[in-house]
Design a protein around this ligand. Structure first.
Ligand code: HEM
Ligand SMILES: *[C@@H]1O[C@H](CO)[C@@H](O)[C@H](O)[C@H]1NC(C)=O
Ligand SMILES: *[C@@H]1O[C@H](CO)[C@@H](O)[C@H](O)[C@H]1NC(C)=O
Length: 549
C-alpha cells in the first residue's frame, strides 16, 4: 500500500488511461474478430441454400477506431498486405471490406465479381479522377468542375490518337526513331564505361524517347531535367493520393510546383512560336514544336474545356505519367529478367532469335512481327503479372448488385456511393490461377503463357485468356487506352537495346547502391502504384553487339 501511495497521482492517471486505451483497442479487436467469424459462418450457410441470395462482404478485423485497417494496408512491401491476409482469410469469399481511415471500402477478388465490376456501367472511375484533380494537383473548385465536365473529350482524343491502330503505329515509329538516335549516340560513348546501372541507363533513354515522341523536340531544350523531376513526382504519387500530413509533404509539394511551372513555360513558348495555336492534329503526324497529333489535340482541348495554364500543365504531367511511369519499369524488368545470370541460361538466346525475325535488313524493327512473337508476348505478360500493383478504383453511382458465382444467384449488393477496389496483386498472384508444375506462382517463368499449337504440333503459341485474375490495364469502359502502345513501346525498346548491345553482368546493387547477391527487388512503395519500380539495379558493361548476318 505504501509503495502505491508514494507514486505521484499523475503517473497513476497516466497508467490508468493507457490501460483503458489498450483495453479499448483490445475490445475493438475482439468485437471485429467475433463479427468476422460470424459473417463467414453466415456466408458458408447461405451458399448451400437454393434461390437468389445476397451476401455481405466480410469486414476484416481491426483494432484502431476510425483508422481501421489502414496502417496494415499501407504496407510498403508490394503485395505484402494481401499475402498476409490470405494466409488466414479464405480466397473463395470473393470479396471483403476494409475500414480505411473512416471509409469502408469493398475489396473484390473473385474472378466472377471482377468481370462483372468491369462490365457494369453504374460503377465509375470518377472517384479516382476527382481525387487526382483535388489531392494530387490541388485544382481550385472551378477547375475541378471544368476538368470533370470535359472528361469525355479525353476519351474521344484517346480513341482518335492513342487507340486507333494507324495512330498507335505512328507514335511507335516516332518513339523508335528517337530511341534509335539516342542509342546511336551511346554506341560510341557508353561502351567505353566500365560499369553502368542498366535500369538507370534504360530509364533515361526511354524517357527521352517517349517524351520527345509525344511533346516534340523543343521540349528537352527548354526543360533538360524533366526526367529527374518527373520521377521524383512519380515516387511521391501515392503519398499525395493518400493525403499524408502537410509537414511530410513540403519537399514533394515544392518540387511538384516547380515542375508545373516549367511545363507552363514550355507550353506558353510553343504556343507563341506556333502563332497562338498548335498545328492541326489532323495535319502532319508530327511537327517539331508540339510533336504528336495526340499532344496537339490535347493542347487545343485544354482551352475548350476552360482549363487554365496551371491545370493544363497538370494534365501534361498526367499524360507523362501515363506514358512513362508504367512502360519504363516494365521494360526494365523484362531486360533484367532476360539477362539475369541466375535465370534460365537459354533464355537470352531464344529471345534474340525471335528479335532477329522482327529485324528488317536495314536494322529497323518490324513492329507487327515483333508484337506477335510468342515468347516475347509471354515474357511481357509474365512481367506485367508479377511486377504491377494496380488498384482498380470504382464508385457506385447507384445501388448495384454484383454476381459472385457463375449463375449469378449469389450476389453482393453495393450501395450508392460505395467505393470498391480491385487489387491486381491478389489475382495476379493467386496460386490456384497460375500454379504450374514447371514454376511456382511467385517466380518469373518466361514460358508461362506458351502452349503447343493444337493445329501445328511442335509449335509454341502465346495464350492468355483470364479476365478476372489478370488485369494490369484495368477493364471495361475505362480500360487503359495506351495498352497497345505500351506493348509496342516496351517490346520495341527491348528489341533495339538487345539487338544493339551485348551485356556483361557485373552484379546486383540494392537501392543504396550497395552490392548484393540477390536479384533486384521492387522498391518499397504504397499500394496501387501500377508498374513496380526496381529498388536497385543490375551493374553491367555494355559492348556493341556484332551483327551476326
Ligand atoms: C505497362 C504499361 C501500362 C499499364 C500497366 C497501365 C495501366 C493502366 C490502368 C490500370 C489504368 C486504369 C484503368 C481502369 O481504371 O480500368 C490506366 C488508365 C490509363 N492509361 Fe494506362 N497503363 C500503361 C501504359 C499506358 C500508356 C503507354 C499510356 C499512354 C500513351 C496510357 C494511358 C492511360 C490513360 C490516358 C488512362 C486513363 C483512361 C481513362 O481515364 O479512361 N497508359 N492505365
Ligand atoms: C460516388 O457516387 C455517389 C453516388 O452517385 C456520389 O454522390 C459521390 O459524389 C461519388 N463520389 C465521387 C468522389 O465521385
Ligand atoms: C449493373 O448493375 C445494375 C444494378 O444492380 C443492374 O441493373 C445492371 O443490369 C448491371 N449491369 C450489368 C452490365 O451487369
Amino acid at each position: 500500500m505504501d509503495v502505491l501511495a508514494s507514486v505521484p497521482r499523475s503517473a497513476v492517471y497516466a497508467a490508468l488511461t493507457c490501460t483503458l486505451a489498450v483495453l479499448y483497442l483490445a475490445l475493438i479487436r475482439v468485437y471485429t474478430t467475433w463479427n468476422y467469424h460470424r459473417t463467414i459462418k453466415h456466408i458458408r450457410n447461405i451458399y448451400d441454400k437454393p434461390g437468389k441470395k445476397e451476401i455481405q462482404p466480410v469486414q476484416i478485423p481491426y483494432s484502431l477506431p476510425f483508422l481501421g485497417n489502414v496502417l496494415d494496408f499501407l504496407d510498403k512491401k508490394p503485395g505484402n498486405f494481401w499475402r498476409k491476409l490470405f494466409q488466414w482469410h479464405p480466397r473463395d469469399t470473393g470479396a471483403c471490406t476494409l475500414l480505411l481511415g473512416g471509409r469502408r471500402t469493398h475489396i473484390l477478388y473473385g474472378e466472377r465479381v471482377i468481370s462483372a465490376m468491369f462490365k457494369n456501367k453504374s460503377l465509375m472511375r470518377d472517384v479516382f479522377e476527382q481525387e487526382l484533380y483535388e489531392k494530387i494537383f490541388v485544382f481550385p473548385e472551378d477547375q475541378v468542375r471544368n476538368a470533370i465536365n470535359g472528361k469525355h473529350h479525353e476519351h474521344e482524343m484517346n480513341a482518335a490518337y492513342m487507340t486507333r491502330p494507324e495512330r498507335v503505329n505512328e507514335l511507335t515509329d516516332h518513339f523508335c526513331r528517337v530511341l534509335e538516335e539516342v542509342l546511336d549516340k551511346d554506341a560510341n560513348d557508353i561502351v567505353n564505361k566500365d560499369s553502368i546501372g542498366l535500369y538507370d541507363w534504360l530509364r533515361d533513354r526511354m524517357f527521352t524517347a517517349s517524351t520527345t515522341a509525344l511533346f516534340g523536340e523543343e521540349f528537352f531544350k527548354m526543360y533538360p531535367n524533366y526526367c529527374e523531376d518527373f520521377f521524383y513526382f512519380d515516387n511521391n504519387f501515392m503519398s499525395f493520393f493518400f493525403g499524408f500530413p502537410d509537414f511530410t509533404m513540403r519537399q514533394p509539394v515544392a518540387r511538384r510546383d516547380q515542375t508545373l511551372k516549367k511545363l507552363e513555360e514550355w507550353s506558353k513558348a510553343m504556343h507563341e512560336k506556333s502563332g497562338g495555336s498548335p498545328v492541326d492534329p489532323e495535319g502532319p503526324a508530327w511537327e517539331p514544336l508540339f510533336g504528336s497529333r495526340l499532344n496537339r489535340a490535347r493542347q487545343m482541348d485544354y482551352k475548350v474545356r476552360g482549363l487554365n495554364s496551371r491545370s493544363a500543365a497538370c494534365l501534361d504531367l498526367g499524360i507523362t505519367f501515363a506514358l512513362s511511369s508504367n512502360v519504363i519499369p516494365a521494360t526494365g524488368w523484362m531486360l533484367m529478367l532476360i539477362l539475369n545470370p541466375e535465370g534460365d541460361p537459354t533464355l537470352l538466346g531464344r529471345v534474340l532469335e525471335e528479335l532477329k525475325q522482327a529485324e528488317r535488313a536495314d536494322g529497323s524493327i518490324n513492329v507487327p512481327v515483333l508484337i506477335n512473337s510468342a515468347l516475347l508476348q509471354s515474357i511481357w505478360t509474365e512481367t506485367l503479372r508479377l511486377y504491377t500493383d494496380v488498384l482498380i478504383t470504382r464508385n457506385a453511382t447507384q445501388d448495384t448488385a454484383l454476381p459472385m458465382d457463375e449463375d449469378g444467384k449469389t450476389f453482393i449488393q453495393l450501395k450508392k456511393g460505395d467505393n470498391v477496389f480491385a487489387p491486381s496483386m491478389i489475382g495476379h498472384r493467386d496460386p490456384e490461377a497460375w500454379s504450374d508444375d514447371r514454376a511456382p506462382t511467385d517466380q518469373f517463368y518466361a514460358e508461362r503463357f506458351l502452349q503447343e499449337d493444337p493445329k501445328n504440333p511442335g509449335k509454341q503459341i502465346f495464350s492468355m485468356t483470364s479476365v478476372g485474375k489478370f488485369y494490369p490495364f484495368g477493364g471495361g469502359r475505362t480500360i487503359c487506352p495506351g495498352r497497345v502502345f505500351a506493348k509496342q513501346e516496351a517490346l520495341g525498346a527491348l528489341a533495339m537495346v538487345l539487338l544493339r548491345f551485348d551485356f556483361e553482368m557485373l552484379g546486383f546493387v540494392d537501392k543504396d547502391g550497395k552490392a548484393t547477391d540477390e536479384f533486384v527487388q521492387p522498391a518499397l512503395v504504397y499500394p496501387g502504384t501500377a508498374a513496380l519500380a526496381p529498388g536497385g539495379d543490375m551493374k553491367v558493361r555494355m559492348r556493341k553487339r556484332e551483327r551476326s548476318s
